[in-house]
Every structure is written in C-alpha cells, then in structure tokens.
Write a protein that binds this ligand. Structure first.
Ligand SMILES: [Zn+2]
Length: 405
C-alpha cells in the first residue's frame, strides 16, 4: 500500500497528466469495432444499404479546434483536472479511465438514443462504475461507400457524438477544461483510418479538434496496414508509416489494437524515433487467450519500453475460449503486469462493441473488477494505476515538439 504522502504525489502527477490531455485542441473520439472481427457486420453495412456514416450530413460539427496549444489551464500553475478525481484512500472509489467504447456507433447506426438509456454505457452505469473519463471511438465501416469511406463519414460520427454530449449533461469533452463534480470526461479516437486513404492529411483536422488516438487499421487490410484479422502478409505500408509519423508529429497517438503482428513490429521503431508511447487501447494477452487481437509478450515488452499501455478488453472471446469470467480477465491482468510492469496496463473495455465476460456486463461493474484485482494481490495503488493513472499519463503525452497536446 502506498504511504499517504506518496499517494498525494501520485495524485499531483495525475493532475499534470490530465493537464496535458486538457491541452489537446478539441476533443478526441475513438470508437468501435474491437470485437467486430468476431461478429457479423452491422446489418446496415452487410445488407448493402448505406450506413449512417455515409448518409449523414457532412456539413461539419461544432467540435472545433481549440485555441492556442497549451490548453485552457496553461500557465495557471497548479493544473486543473477535467473532472474531480477522488484522492486515493482506503475507502476511496477507484476512478476509471476507459480507453475504448463503441457507444457512438451504437447511436450512429444501431438506433440507440443519444441519451444512452440502454447498453453498456449509460449515465447511471458510468456513475456506479466511478468513471472519470471514457474514450469514444469514431468508427466508420471498412465497407462504407463500397469500401471507400471518406473523411465526411468520420465527421458524421463526430456529429453523433455531439448529440450524445448534448443529451448527457454529465458527459464533458476533456478538451473543454474542468468539469463539475460527477462529470465524465470524454476523449475521442479514430478506429480504422480507411476514410483517410486518399488524403491522409485530412487526419490533421481531426487531431486539431482533439482526436487523441488514431488506429490506422480495423478488421480488414487497408492502404495503411494489414489487420490482425486480415491477410497478415505485410506490415505497415509506406503510406501507413508516413501516417504514423504524421500522427506523432502532431502530438497524437497511434493505436496498435487491430494491427497485424508485422504492422506492430513496423510501428515500434517509428514510435521510438518519435519518443511516443505505444498504445494498444483494447487488447489482452495472447499467452492467456490465443487470439490475434491479443498481444504477444514481446509486444507487451515493446509497449513497456516506450512507456505505453495496453487496455484490458472485456470481450469474452478475447479473454477465454470458454465462457469468460471476471477471474479470467484478472489472469490476463496479472500476466500483463508480470511481463510489462504495473505502469503499462490500463482499461479498454470495448463496451457497446463487445459481448462482455460474466461479471463485467456493463460500466457499473468496474468496482467488481477492482475488488477482484485486489483479491488477487494487487495493492489499491496498483489497481488505481491500471484503472486511471497509466491512461492519463499516456493521454497527456505532448510529443517531441512540446506543442501542448
Ligand atoms: Zn476494436
């Protein structure tokens, strides 16, 4: 157990990490599809009818680029948190920063109401789970527009996220600065960059508006990369390597989840050259569940070497071949901590895109996972690292240019 003084220092470090995240220009969204390779395609896409991402207005959203880099609290001394995070303590709730949920896609294409009255992520479940922050994935299907999705489709999903934010006063873009008690900070990420294949520079505008994580590939190979569930015949293409460098140069992060092993290997030197932490936002340990979407021990070590993180995925098929339980996920966590270290594990639930393991049915169940990890021998301080500190440290990465992202 951490001594109180050390815990206080940890909290201040957390604050600085969040300040870095706050300095993002805009918001960040990451969405969807984690478990998608294991499931049928969304009916709208599979049937040939146009997915909502294609038909929605491309007029643009009001999520705008922030002002001067450095963020709303820059230069004010003690950083302000985007949401009040409880001080560590024996009875304090463990705040959650979830690096990947597919809620936006559920609203965008599956008819769920923006007020989020159902599903894995509801206002009530977020409150019960002690969520401090969640990263909404912006997902556009690989087969949108006959396999040629455009940035306008990404924009359309961003518009859906705006509707979600408008309908849920407790959700607040992390980039907008300190929020009132009870608020949940929302980060943004792009899952699969096929929409940017013909014009990678278009990604810049989304990063400028706060997109924090960009996954070059999703369930199928594309112009940038082969997929973990694709051919695996090559790694990052020349365009993919250039895209990753471009993302890092702007202070955003590349998401390695869904990459093939060859693509992951190609990413490592690019991340090292940029001084960037490698993030696999929603991937478990392949040593505990043999699935290509999970990470090898060598990949976990590479993540640790760069100061990065892997987010525990709650999707049952990524946890165990039989019906997975919360204890099975704890076994992944202990293995990943053993291989990569306690500073390199996080949470990436895949909620609203996954069929969760028994005991992890929705966001309200995170305290149960915290208790299970404690029962397995982790200290409260270690659980807190996994649940929020590590993610906030990495989300606060600023890049070599010190541009304030
Ligand atoms: Zn995914």
């Amino acid at each position: 157990m951490r001594a109180p003084a050390a815990a206080g220092r940890s909290h201040r470090r957390l604050g600085r990490a969040v300040l870095g995240a706050l300095a993002l220009p805009g918001t960040v969204l990451c969405l969807q599809g984690c478990a998608r390779p294991e499931r049928a395609e969304p009916p709208s896409a599979a049937s040939g009818s146009a997915p909502a991402a294609v038909t929605a207005s491309a007029a643009g959203t009001s999520i705008a680029a922030a002002g001067p880099r450095g963020g709303p609290t820059a230069g004010t001394g003690e950083p302000a948190l985007p949401v009040p995070v409880p001080e560590p303590g024996p009875d304090a709730p463990v705040p959650v920063v979830d690096l990947h949920v597919d809620t936006a896609w559920q609203v965008h294409s599956k008819g769920r109401l923006p007020s989020l009255p159902e599903g894995h992520i509801t206002a009530e479940a977020l409150r019960a789970g002690h969520y401090a922050a969640v990263l909404f994935a912006i997902y556009v299907p690989d087969d949108a527009r006959g396999g040629k999705p455009r940035p306008a489709d990404t924009e359309a999903v961003l518009g859906t996220i705006e509707k979600i934010l408008a309908a849920n006063p407790s959700l607040r873009l992390a980039s907008q600065g300190p929020a009132p008690p009870g608020a949940v900070a929302v980060y943004l990420g792009i899952e699969g960059a096929r929409a940017f294949a013909s014009d990678p520079a278009k990604i810049d505008g989304f990063i400028a508006r706060g997109v924090r994580l960009v996954g070059p590939v999703h369930a199928h190979d594309n112009a940038f990369s082969s997929s973990a569930t694709g051919s695996a015949r090559h790694g990052l293409t020349a365009a993919g390597k250039a895209l990753c460098r471009r993302i890092y140069e702007q202070g955003a992060l590349v998401d390695a989840s869904h990459m093939s092993d060859a693509a992951f290997a190609d990413l490592v030197p690019i991340a090292e050259a940029a001084g960037a932490p490698i993030v696999a936002s929603h991937s478990n340990a392949r040593a505990k569940c043999r699935n290509k979407r999970n990470l090898t021990d060598d990949q976990l070590r590479a993540i640790a070497r760069t100061g990065g993180i892997a987010g525990l995925n709650f999707h049952g098929k990524f946890i165990a071949s039989r019906r997975a339980t919360i204890d099975d996920l704890v076994r992944h966590a202990l293995h990943m901590v053993g291989v990569a270290g306690i500073d390199h594990l996080a949470i990436g639930s895949d909620f609203d895109g996954a069929t969760p393991a028994r005991g992890l049915e929705d966001a309200s169940r995170l305290p149960d996972l915290a208790r299970a990890l404690g029962a397995a021998g982790l200290s409260q301080a270690d659980v807190r690292k996994i649940f929020s500190d590590n993610a906030l440290r990495v989300l606060g990465w600023k890049g070599r240019g010190g541009t304030g992202r």
